[in-house]
Design a protein around this ligand. Sequence first.
Ligand code: WT7
Length: 652
Amino acid sequence: MSQPALESILQEKRLFPPPPSFVQRARITPERYQQICQEAEADPLGFWERLAQQELHWFQPWQQVLHWDPPQAQWFVGGQLNLSYNCLDRHLDNGRRHKPALIWEGEPGDTRTLTYEQLHREVCRWANGLKSLGIQKGDRVGIYMPMIPEAVMAMLACARIGAAHTVVFGGFSAEALKERLRDAEAKVVITADGGWRKDAIVPLKSQVDLALAEGVPSVEKVLVVQRTGQAVSMIPDRDIWWHELAPSLEEACPAEPMDAEAMLFILYTSGTTGKPKGVVHTSGGYNLYTHVTCQWIFDLQEEDIYWCTADVGWITGHSYIVYGPLSNGATVFMYEGAPRPAKPDCFWELIARHRISIFYTAPTAIRAFMKSGDALPRRHDLSSLRLLGTVGEPINPEAWMWYYTVIGSGRCPIVDTWWQTETGGIMISPLPGVTPTKPGSATRPFPGIAADVVDMEGNPAPEGGYLVIRRPWPGMMRTLYKDPQRFRSSYWERIPPKDGQYFYFAGDGARRDEDGYFWVMGRVDDVINVAGHRLGTMELESALVSHPAVAEAAVVGRPDEIKGEAIVAFVILAEGYGPGEALRQALMQHVVEEIGAIARPSEIRFTEALPKTRSGKIMRRLLRQLAAGSGISGDTSTLEDLGVLERLRQGV
Ligand code: WT7
């Protein structure tokens, strides 16, 4: 938790009501909102049930809206639907057949547009392709792709035939990929030769080869999309080019009716222990929740061109590039690359050229743009924008104001959306035609969401405590893959249930102000949020310790102007190794190889000892203070050897 951010947030008093012109056209107006909230509070299950009936296509209705056997939730029990059907087929008959579903641009500047009809056809072909490789209902498929339309097709194809996908972010290393494929027991991996990012090729296929070389016994086939055209090695009988398989495949493939509770995907996220957590989402509740939140929070209108800059490898990409917007029949813009030295203003240029109206990005990106000055965005016509969004970490009021004034010209409401991989969809956010916003606050819970701030005993603690959810919601995770016990202990027992009341513990600290607005202050557990991405300190430490030169390591976050938090590692060297610049670089590279470039430590400090309690626990609080360069404060009485602190401070 960064001290300065907290202070500036506390002083924040500015209030921005939605512009009247926006309210006039908004899907959810203040009057409608009152009515919705009353409905949702009076009868939460009836509220979700009506929305499920109105908004989605079901092959078979449910018998029960919710079966809640804490912490096990089942939504729309007995109902059958298909995400791919709701995202594609139904739009063919409701006037959207020739509407663009995806407008895509590659980093080199190549473009593709797929109408709903065309995307439907491609997804059917992909579904048949997966079937031809032996994929059946219930199987798991790994997806390790660049940001190209085929990534979306592959996900929807899995959903279509009832296979669960596990998308692994293309920036993760072979090691991280291997671990995820193994845990998920994926049968097929879908990848590409490479992808473009920051004017370089990300060599995806060779990473897959490395991951599989170490043995992932479940993987039978690797399906490879040709994107960059660089040479890759293809292993006979295992690797198949998509463009060689595709022509032989039929273009029709009916969507499989799936149980509402059938697993839709597993997405791995960092936790407080070394092993990533396989967050499981299912079909019915997830479809409904991403659909409704996307429609209301982004105020989707028929003519909008919507751009979320996330990668499909993260939950934001799953929920708000693919399933939420397509279920609503929206036009989604998708970009392969990222801002880079040769094109620092590519986002603004893309907004102008594609007439983007809704733009959803992360505070870390906003801060980086802010730093490079107003001249770049001012060079482009951003008048098509009408709504801005942010996600991933708390946004500091300064960055919020810059986003509002420079990018939005003071015309566009900002939706600061708080949620998590585990929540499936947005939980706390303004509704843009309703909620007056305060820079730095995600404002209020979505209708039907019982968010609160409590202490460790579950008592209300609005002035500062733990962010919890008091009631199940349709988009919630159902379990951790193959680890229901960890699901229970990490999320539902950290704050003990009392009198039948269960608390979903999000891992964030927060407070509520006099208007009931939520101010999320950051993680309270051993998770670091680097540029909006969660990394477990344990994961980073195990990566470091796996290097022969490292005897022991402790990793903490330090406030960073651009990335939110930066990684600082305290390292004790093994016998026979001495500190030095070369070793420092080697260790940084080692972490990149183990986890991926996002995990590169910003700083490595060699030390001879770590501050520990008498029971041997590393006192991270002290390390955090040291890393931040602030003085040591608070209780040090449990410290085993006070001299350690002095030596660390002097940078021995
Ligand atoms: C953690 C979840 C959900 C998509 C991106 C990250 C932090 C996320 C906000 C926000 C303050 C936020 C929280 C949360 N976070 N959005 N608007 N304000 N903090 O997903 O990797 O599952 O991370 O990101 O700490 O717990 P994730």
